[in-house]
Design a protein around this ligand. Structure first.
Ligand code: 3PG
Length: 391
């Protein structure tokens, strides 16, 4: 794909989609990782004399104005990070936006209002896409985190303008494609999280590519059940037991090392103050629920990670939001920080976990996309990427 490096931006007005869908508490941006991740693109554009119109969604306002989801706090934080004024409009498009654009000088930055306040955004409405395109000479997509959405500002607008990738988009795509197409070996994927149903696509796609597949989190217990063990009150997706068996068989046939928890932490309640026990995987008591992997499993998984040349992580090993059940996820994050292999953290919960436990800096790549990185790892072409111009 073409990137901002391949185009002349001097004097051009650029409509740049970013993913500033950041965690907020009231008027406060509580995590500005995604804003910081877009700075290289914004600064390249301003530094080379473009007028930069930024667009993002925040939350899911469903086509209506929701006061708490206005982008003003984001504009303020961006302004601090850039060290320059960021003009913010209360409109997504219209006369206020047109006026603000007409007053821009080369190097200026404007942020339009949360694009999801407009009902046309998520419908990829043709008129809205055209209205975005009419604001600018060129489209830059740096919103990897929203690239799995075919919306007016992520897809439709690209049909009307020269469309190129920003640096963050480029980096996300390069890292993830290299991992999937030409991985260093041993290549290990760690798949966790609550539900098998959310990870079917990624297991399907990775099972042919990896040397080791490590399973953890709530979804592991459907596999444990499929192995013939009792799982007490642990999470179970009855209708996925056969699929779990199929995956284990497929892994065996293909010579992929399929790793399952050997011991777990069980609790009598879903809370930090629950009574807990460490038990072997074939000894989960009937009234108890497994909420984390146990110490033997932690050690085994850590060793595999340390012996790998490439590791992709998607999904926590246990209920890491609760201190009592965070050790499995912590152990994986710690092993990733120590391995000499290349480490890729799929966004969402795994990114939140490495951040929470202080390991984010030690990772080679922490994706800014949750759903987007998952869909990429499923082998799908993302709509926000598909429409960008080829080199
Ligand atoms: C994300 O946070 O994963 C992206 O910003 C996409 O948000 P969405 O799931 O509301 O489309």
């Amino acid at each position: 794909k073409k990137t901002i490096r391949d185009v002349e931006v001097q004097g051009k007005t650029v409509f740049c989609r970013v993913d500033f869908n950041v965690p907020m508490s009231g008027e406060e941006v509580t995590d500005d990782t995604r804003i910081k991740a877009a700075l290289p693109t914004i600064q390249h554009l301003t530094g080379n004399g473009a007028k930069v119109i930024l667009a993002s969604h925040l939350g899911r306002p469903k086509g209506e104005v929701v006061e708490e989801l206005r982008l003003d706090p984001v504009a303020n934080r961006l302004s601090d990070l850039l060290g320059q004024t960021v003009t913010k409009t209360d409109q997504v498009h219209g006369s206020e936006v047109d006026k603000a654009i007409s007053e821009m000088e080369n190097g200026d930055v404007l942020l339009i209002e949360n694009v999801r306040f407009h009902p046309g955004e998520e419908k990829n409405d043709a008129d809205l896409a055209k209205a975005f395109a009419d604001m600018a000479d060129m489209y830059v997509n740096d919103a990897f985190g929203a690239a799995h959405r075919a919306h007016a500002s992520t897809a439709g607008v690209a049909e009307h303008l020269p469309a190129v990738a920003g640096f963050l988009m480029e980096k996300e795509i390069n890292v993830l494609s290299k991992a999937l197409k030409d991985p260093e070996r041993p290549f290990t994927a760690i798949i966790g999280g609550a539900k098998v149903k959310d990870k079917i696509g990624v297991i399907d796609n990775l099972i042919d590519k990896v040397d080791h597949l490590i399973i953890g989190g709530g979804l592991a217990y459907t596999f444990v059940k499929a192995q013939g063990h009792e799982i007490g009150k642990s999470l179970l997706e009855e209708d996925k037991i056969d699929l779990a068996k199929e995956y284990m068989k497929k892994a065996e046939d293909k010579g992929v090392n399929f790793h399952m928890p050997e011991d777990v932490i069980v609790a009598d309640d879903f809370s930090d103050s629950a009574n807990t026990q460490e038990v072997a995987i074939d000894s989960i008591p009937a009234d108890w629920e497994a909420l984390d992997i146990g110490p033997k499993t932690r050690e085994k998984y850590a060793q595999i990670i340390k012996d790998s040349k490439l590791v992709i992580w998607n999904g926590p090993m246990g209920v890491f939001e609760l201190e009592t059940f965070a050790n499995g996820t912590k152990a994986v994050a710690n092993a990733l920080s120590e391995t000499e292999g290349y480490t890729v953290i799929g966004g969402g919960d795994s990114a939140a976990a490495v951040e929470k436990f202080g390991y984010a800096e030690d990772m080679d790549h922490v994706s800014t996309g949750g759903g987007a990185s998952l869909e990429f790892m499923e082998g799908k072409e993302l709509p926000g990427v598909a429409l960008l111009n080829d080199k």
